[in-house]
Structures are given as structure tokens and as C-alpha cells.
Design a binder for this molecule. Structure first.
Ligand code: PEP
Ligand code: MG
Length: 396
């Protein structure tokens, strides 16, 4: 329990000893919350009066509902912690009721997470947050170290193919002809800056770090760090898809794509759309790159000018609002015209109510923490693509 927890501290928590995290500050898409969610530690952020609770008080924390019970009775506490937690694995590829394949992918931060994602039946990795493994490190990982971690992530899926592992023997892939020879793994280049400070980058202090030098922008200060990372991806996972975070203009997309393709021979290059500027230029971005992935956490914070770390602004940090969905529709229309993939890898993808709406707007893959996969798969399988499109237009 504390006022706040930096992502670097959350990343280094002893998994077996930390039973829950409660912070006074922070929003539900803060990186600390995402890290805890990935590890499976119940976390409640933005708990306004938590610091008034006296030291030593027993509390019960429910990370799913966000409920905190102070001084629970023994019966309640024992009942809560011994209740079986049902984590369902995916048993077949994601699809709408009328069999339109929507790839259900996993968000990961480490190669260990990749193995767990494969186990949970994810069809691949939609977002490898490569910076998570480097939080709290004083030195940049070597090219060899990085290449090894990318190789491990690929191999977690190469062993199982793209078909979900659990029940794969009994369930036919929706479109066997579309079976790929290499797994669908999307590696994102370092997304440092803002709340993710990587010591070895030594970035200057800023008054507004969320609007400052973060994501792809750090490559302007440290071009060699990006080049070494691309070199490592080319060495360890040459078939991976690679994307850059926080792209704001087609010029940035072009510079990144040219570097990745020409200098490092990477074949499938994309960008994240996380700024309204990029969303509005989606057709031009698709002229340049092979795929786009929408980071709804940042796209929401920048569209509503509502800091994702600010607990007070949760009402505005809602990706289901029409303003955000209209931006996503513009990207979806561009993807459909270009006939290229469009993913969502922000937290909106894990929401069973929003997932069909995103599909109705033209999204072709959804990437999330593995434990959310089954809920989203169920929501999609109950609706046809026409139903999804109808829900989307109602929301718009
Ligand atoms: C996002 O912004 O939605 C995203 C997926 O990137 P991150 O959460 O790591 O900023
Ligand atoms: Mg982001």
C-alpha cells in the first residue's frame, strides 16, 4: 500500500511475496497497473483514502472489481482467498459467430510471459513491451542478450504453431489455408520516457513528460539504441513483425520503416497509432507500413487531454466514448481500403463489451493480457460481423 508505485518498482516486485498492490494515485491504464495485471497480482489504483488506513490493518483486495474491504471478517477473508480462480484457456481461434477470424493475441513484457501466453491459447503476441525487461537496469542490454530474449518469445509460439495449444487437436482452425509458417509475434521497439524511465537512456527532466521525448522520439536523442534493438530483432527473430511506439507523422513512420527494412532486412514493419495526429493520417500511414496497431491507452489520454496516471480523470479515460471510436473508425476505414491488418493492443481490446465494437470498426486483431482472452472470445462468438458493425454505428 502506498501513494504511488513506479513501473520500475512494480516490475521488480518479488512475485511470490507481493499479494496485492493498492495505491492512492494512478489510473487503470498506468503502466504499474498493466504490469501487475500481466503478473497476475491484484491491484487497485486511485484508492483515494487508502493512506488513512492505519498501518497493520488487515485488508482484502479484489483486483477484478476494485473493491477494498477494511478489516474483513475471518469468514469473508478465508472465503475470498480460497475460492477457486477460474482461468479459462482459449481452445480455438477467435472468430465472430459467422466465422470471421479475429486474431486473439497476447500482451507480454518478458519471454516468460510468452510461454504463459502460449499456454493460455493466445494465437500469437500482439504487443511485446520490450522496455519492461529493462526497467530498473543501469545499463543497456547487449545485442546478444536482446536477441536471445526475442528468440525465446518466437520459440514459445513456434513450438505450438499459431493454432491454440489447448484443445488444438480437436478443433479445426477456422481457415486452415491461412495457417502461417511463422508465428504472429509483434515486437515493439523501446517505449521509454514519460512514466517509464530507463536509467541507461538518461533522458532529460521535462515539465510535461507525457508530451515530451518518449517512445519513438527517444531515437532522435539515441539513434544507436534503436539501431542496436533492430539489429537484435533481425538476429533473434527475423520473422517477427516490428512496430514503433508514439509515431505522430508519416515522416516518422517512413524513417522508421526505411531503417527497419533497408538497414536490417525486417519484412513486416508497422507503427502504433497513439496520437490523434497519427489517427487522422491513417491513410498516409498505410501507404508506408504493413500494419498498424492502436494503443488505446495513449490515444485516449491524448484525445481527451486526460493524463492516464491521473486518478481524478477516470471518467475521461474511457475508450468507449464516441470521440475515440470516431478516430478508430477513421483508422479502420483506412485499413479496409489498404487491405492491411489493424490491431488494438491497448486495454480497450480486453473489454468484452468494446471488443465487438472495435471489430465492427474494422479491427482485425485484439491483443490483451492472456487471462482476458476467453471472455473476449466468448463475446465475439455470440455476434455476427454485421451485429458488430451495428453496435459500432450505434456507439458512433
Ligand atoms: C497503449 O498506449 O495503448 C499501449 C498499448 O502502449 P502502452 O500502454 O505501453 O503505452
Ligand atoms: Mg502507449
Amino acid at each position: 500500500v502506498g501513494r504511488d508505485l513506479a513501473p520500475a518498482d512494480a516490475a521488480n516486485l518479488p512475485h511470490t511475496q507481493a499479494v496485492a498492490i493498492v495505491t492512492e494515485l494512478g489510473g487503470p491504464t498506468s503502466h504499474t497497473a498493466l504490469l501487475a495485471r500481466g503478473i497476475g497480482i491484484p491491484a487497485v489504483v486511485g484508492a483515494a483514502d487508502i493512506l488513512d488506513v492505519p498501518e497493520g490493518t488487515r485488508i482484502l483486495v479484489d483486483g477484478t472489481t476494485g473493491e477494498i474491504i477494511i478489516n474483513p471478517t475471518d469468514a469473508l477473508a478465508v472465503g475470498a482467498i480460497t475460492a477457486p480462480v477460474k482461468v479459462t484457456s482459449l481452445t480455438k481461434p477467435g472468430a465472430t459467430k459467422d466465422n470471421r477470424h479475429i486474431e486473439l493475441l497476447a500482451n507480454i513484457g518478458t519471454p516468460t510471459d510468452a510461454a504463459a501466453a502460449a499456454e493460455a491459447g493466445a494465437e500469437g503476441i500482439g504487443l511485446f513491451r520490450t522496455e519492461f525487461a529493462y526497467l530498473g537496469r543501469d545499463t543497456e542490454p547487449t545485442v546478444t542478450e536482446q536477441a536471445e530474449s526475442y528468440r525465446q518469445v518466437m520459440s514459445a509460439f513456434t513450438q505450438t504453431g499459431t493454432a491454440p495449444q489447448t484443445g488444438a487437436a480437436t478443433v479445426e482452425p477456422i481457415d486452415p489455408a491461412a495457417a502461417k509458417t511463422s508465428p504472429h509475434v509483434v515486437i515493439r521497439t523501446l517505449d521509454a520516457g514519460s512514466d517509464k524511465l530507463l536509467k541507461f537512456l538518461n533522458l532529460p527532466a521535462e515539465d510535461n513528460p507525457a508530451l515530451g521525448v518518449r517512445g519513438y522520439r527517444t531515437a532522435k536523442i539515441h539513434p544507436d539504441v534503436l539501431k542496436r534493438q533492430l539489429e537484435a530483432i533481425a538476429a533473434g527473430a527475423p520473422d517477427a513483425w516490428v512496430m514503433a511506439p508514439m509515431i505522430a507523422t508519416p515522416e516518422e513512420a517512413d524513417a522508421f520503416a526505411t531503417l527497419a527494412r533497408v538497414s536490417y532486412g525486417l519484412k513486416t514493419v508497422g507503427v502504433m497509432v497513439e496520437t490523434p495526429a497519427a489517427a487522422l493520417m491513417a491513410p498516409e500511414l498505410y501507404d508506408i507500413v504493413d500494419f498498424v496497431s492502436i494503443g488505446t491507452n495513449d490515444l485516449t489520454q491524448y484525445t481527451f487531454a486526460a493524463d492516464r496516471l491521473e486518478a481524478e480523470l477516470q471518467e475521461l479515460q474511457d475508450p468507449g466514448r464516441p470521440a475515440l471510436l470516431r478516430l478508430i473508425k477513421a483508422i479502420g476505414d483506412a485499413a479496409t481500403r489498404a487491405n492491411k491488418p489493424l490491431g488494438v493492443c491497448g486495454e480497450a481490446a480486453r473489454n468484452p463489451e468494446l471488443a465487438p465494437i472495435l471489430v465492427g470498426l474494422g479491427v482485425t486483431s485484439l491483443s490483451m493480457a492472456p487471462r482476458a482472452l476467453a471472455g473476449v472470445a466468448d463475446a465475439l462468438s455470440a455476434l455476427t460481423f454485421t451485429d458488430c458493425a451495428a453496435r459500432a454505428s450505434a456507439r458512433l
